[in-house]
Design a protein around this ligand. Structure first.
Ligand code: AMP
Ligand code: MG
Length: 416
């Protein structure tokens, strides 16, 4: 990690979502530890080195069709030409003989095109009688022939470091004969919840208690990112316990995430402990939901102190933690995917904070995206996240959104 940007000057004022993200990303450096793994285990992992093609793919000239390999010079200008069929080239069984003038070869898709031939005529365009074929004069040099290296020439860049391996890449690597690749080690992410009101599943709720939902939300969000997860549970609001949790958590992982207790001016143990232990800034971000965020470094771990409200946890995770973890993993692209949709609801919004309202989008029969609100937008209304399939993102300085206006959405598909 580089030296943290100083945010002291901003701690008393609001900073924008974009400023916060820029500060965060400039503090994160890609993990410099790697492992070499079987390609079948590499789906979703981030490639740590460029892959160049060790040979041409495809390796040989081959046919794109089932048909007949002929010489263009044999096809006369007259309407029809008759050629004699002398042999065959099947996939995996090439014809190694010579093709003389006036001769042709039966050929199947993927089979080696004999050197002496330069045209493949698809079987539907040929009239065959025993060992004679009749063809028209409407054929071009090289037609239906795939050339060596057409897909990937020898020495070309097949996959670039920083790419997240997908299913196509697995096949591509196999086509190059590569069975193992070097990937970046998965980030280790530690998290815990703070708050004396929190109980874990299985415990009884007394008056004033609620179940800890943030740890489960975070667990899901982190699983989506394919990182190693260490759940430290609920830490009570006691000075010693909190200090120990920060100390242990920051040593266990590359990143430590907590929820709750980070509101600016909060006189609780969390902020007090962080101020003592870490290089941490307490920010007020001009966003909704999720105004307070603590970010920095404790020991060698990145630290995110997310707000406590369940929707705020998800919003700040998606906007800040996710891109940071993507960068930590070595991904070259950390941008959140955004689309434009026509808003079918009237949305209330006060200027001053960038809003991330919960929406449901769909595509109409003309292909246009539409979005409508899920209803109640409080940062404690976790059901709004569960109903939604996107955030409706309204710029900081905008007011209400009218029905029919175009809005930006962040689809949840990859996010939650
Ligand atoms: P705080 O930021 O600690 O003041 O918390 C803000 C709100 O979020 C309060 O209503 C808390 O009860 C709630 N909250 C904090 N942590 C959790 C959690 N882990 N699960 C569910 N709600 C929480
Ligand atoms: Mg609290």
């Amino acid at each position: 990690m580089t030296t943290l940007p100083t945010c002291d000057s901003m701690s008393k004022n609001f900073i924008t979502v974009e400023e916060a993200l820029e500060h965060i990303l400039s503090s994160v450096q890609c993990i410099k530890q790697y492992e070499t793994i079987d390609i079948r285990r590499s789906l979703g992992r981030v490639l740590a080195e460029d892959i160049t093609a060790p040979f041409n793919v495809p390796p040989h000239r081959n046919s794109a069709m089932d048909g007949y390999a002929v010489k263009l010079s044999d096809i006369s200008e007259q309407e029809k030409t008759t050629l004699s069929l002398v042999s065959e080239s099947f996939a995996g069984h090439p014809y190694s003989g010579v093709v003389q003038a006036g001769e042709c070869i039966r050929i199947m898709t993927g089979a080696v095109v004999p050197d002496d031939t330069d045209v493949v005529i698809m079987q539907e365009h040929v009239k065959r009688t025993d060992n004679l074929i009749t063809v028209s004069n409407q054929h071009k040099l090289g037609q239906n022939i795939r050339h060596p290296g057409e897909d990937m020439p020898k020495g070309s860049l097949a996959l670039e470091a920083g790419k997240q391996i997908n299913s196509a890449d697995l096949g591509l690597l196999a086509s190059l004969g590569i069975g193992e690749i070097k990937v970046t080690r998965k980030p280790r992410v530690v998290f815990f919840s703070t708050g004396d009101e929190l109980k874990s599943i299985g415990e009884t709720l007394d008056m004033g208690n609620i179940y800890d939902s943030n740890r489960y939300t975070l667990f899901g969000l982190l699983q989506k990112l394919d990182v190693d997860i260490i759940d430290m549970g609920v830490i009570p609001d006691q000075q010693e316990a909190i200090e120990k949790a920060f100390e242990d958590g920051s040593k266990l992982g590359d990143t430590l995430i907590t929820s709750g207790g980070v509101s600016v001016g909060d006189a609780d143990f969390v902020t007090a402990t962080l101020e003592k232990m870490g290089q941490v800034g307490f920010w007020k971000i001009a966003m909704k939901p999720g105004k307070p965020l603590a970010f920095g470094k404790i020991n060698n771990s990145l630290f995110f102190g997310l707000p406590g409200n369940p929707v705020s946890v998800m919003a700040t995770f998606i906007l800040f933690v996710r891109p940071a973890l993507q960068k930590l993993k070595g991904l070259s692209n950390t941008k959140t995917k955004q689309l434009t949709a026509v808003c079918d609801s009237h949305l209330k919004k006060k200027a001053g904070r960038k809003d991330h309202q919960r929406g449901i989008y769909f595509q109409d029969e003309n292909g246009t995206l539409h979005v409508s609100t899920t209803g109640l937008q409080g940062s404690h209304v976790l059901s709004s996240m569960s109903k939604a399939n996107c955030f409706i993102v309204i710029p900081k300085d905008s007011g209400d959104v009218q029905i029919g206006e175009e809005v930006t959405i962040y689809p949840f598909d990859e996010l939650i």
